[in-house]
Design a protein around this ligand. Sequence first.
Ligand code: CA
Length: 700
Amino acid sequence: MQDTIYDHLIFDNSRTPDTYFFSIVRFSGDSTIRHVNHHLPVSNAHFFTPPNGLELTWCSKAGGHWQAEILVEYWRGRATALKGDTLSFWCYTPTPIPPEPLPLVWLEVHGEIRPFFHLRLAVKDLPVRQWTYIQIPLSAHFDVTFKQKDGPEITKVIFSQGNLSDETYTLYLDDIKIGNVPQNQPITPPTGFSVVGHDRHVELTWAKIADPAMQYVQIERAEAGQNFQPVGIQYPAYSRFVDYIGLPHRTVTYRLTAVNHAYQPSTPTATIQTTTRPMNDDELLTMVQEAHFRYYWDHAHPDAGLALECIPGDTDMIALGASGFGLMSLIVGAERGFISRSELAQNIQKVLRFLSTADRFHGVWPHFLDGRTGKTVPFFGDHDDGGDSVETAFMMQALLTLRQYFDRPIPEEQEIRATITHLWETTEWDWYRFPDDPNFLIWHWSPKLGWLINHPLIGWNEVMIVYLLAIASPTHPVPAEMFHNGWASQNERAQQYRSGWGQTTEGSLYNNGTEYYGIELPVGVGSGGPLFFTHYSFLGFDPRHKRDRYANYFDNNRRISLINYRHCVANPGGFVGYGENFWGLTASDDHTGYVPHDPQNDNGTITPTGALAAFPYTPIESMQALKHFYFDRGAELWDIYGFRDACNPTVGYVSNIFMGLNQAPIVGMIENHRTGLLWRLFMSNPEVQGMLDKIGFVPD
Ligand code: CA
């Protein structure tokens, strides 16, 4: 399942204000079309849905050709089988255009370009300087059949050269959708409207709207209470909007209207005024923590109480590890007063009921669960239908932290502690040993396919916590020697594994010792790898003041963070924007897919969680990045759940999603930097000290 709007949407607004990344412009001969780096220009002056629209400016010459492809945006889990029988969009021309030179419209359906439709057939006399709604029935013009259960899989709409003309024409396009011809149903304005001014942005909230007649909420802003201008829209899945103004000390007034599927607005709400105000560093940290916390609180799955893989995305697919990080952020939320302790306790009871009945494989949960049923979702393919020891460890790290947080002698908290202890003690870590070499823990086990995926856990990377928990288990432990003979093994398999990932033999023996950008790295592959290696296992495990026979991991993590920082400052790839306040290479969504960025695998993508979850290691460099992301890039990056997943200014890309794996480490690691809360709670588990002793950690 996905939110209904994404069953229809091709284009509404561009997140980048100059060019639209998800478009491709081609031209030949003497024909011309305006473009920026072969993308369509974005118009911030001409739009139907605020804040922007697309500009199509062309001249069609004999022997030449032009076309503009507008792609259906893709993200993890998005179904592109759009539902409806009509292609619709809004268009606007500043000057008269005769019918003949109007463009042709094509669709790419199931990977094939479908025969064109001449726009003149939809609109014979296009009105000048007013928005016109165009509706084109699919079956009559594009030979699109509806045999598929879910509707046609449409991946592009294409505008191309129509009849020849010596003139240059401009058509602004907006709100391109596949849908059915809408009913003009009456609609009431939103209720429960409130606004809060922050440093550079205003946050607007209202009561969630369930009325199926509503298409979106339109947000309007006025200065000095006069002359309201539309600034944005929000869909029914959300009841929150961020208006990034860019300056403190600005007094602004807002009102909302609900807009139905026929684009008719309700009456507006009453108006509310607010003023943005400068925030000190402490207030900025809290603001960032609260926004990212909301991903896991406001947008948790309603039945499971756990986190979605990405937003937008599949509305029922729970990501287990991301949910573990999210539960950590909820503890921070309760401690900082974003929610109450009893609200958190009630939610955790729901979470534990879900986790207790969800699929487990020898006590180990799968990577993804259906939030409605608790059944495994084999998102990575049919073979991924069993337990995932790494995702389970990320969840267990959080559950053990919660068990220490809920320490009061009241029935509600006693029940939480008892349920977590049961889940912990029924997790069969010792089942997840690699049959070929039982020194290694293994990532997956499937009831049908056994250990087919065959992925042993070999450090150094993000999965250290699996070994720590498996060794700490009071009921299904593995020998502590596996930390040395598996995780830190120097055997041939381990060396090959490390050099395969790192594309270098540096660090293939677990120990490294090479200097990168003037910093020696004690442990790690290549120049340390993506920054999430230093975050996921360390949300709960406190690496300070201790060392094993290889490293002090706080110091090692700090070195990895500084190498990553210095790489971005040096910027050997010459990427746009890189510098001392724009850094942080780690795994994220980017313009090519989900990529584990690091100094050796750098395509110009900066991921905010890279620098911000590094706060305990690099407080000065992380604060520089936070301020730059918010003060200078906030218009593109800052939104209702904090910073968007990633951006790449070199190619003009800003991620269209927030990611479950990346939002919460920001909350938890900023808290560990500020108060050490999660570290203190996790380390207070009685099983932890024994594990440290068995592995051979000593004070440092
Ligand atoms: Ca728009």
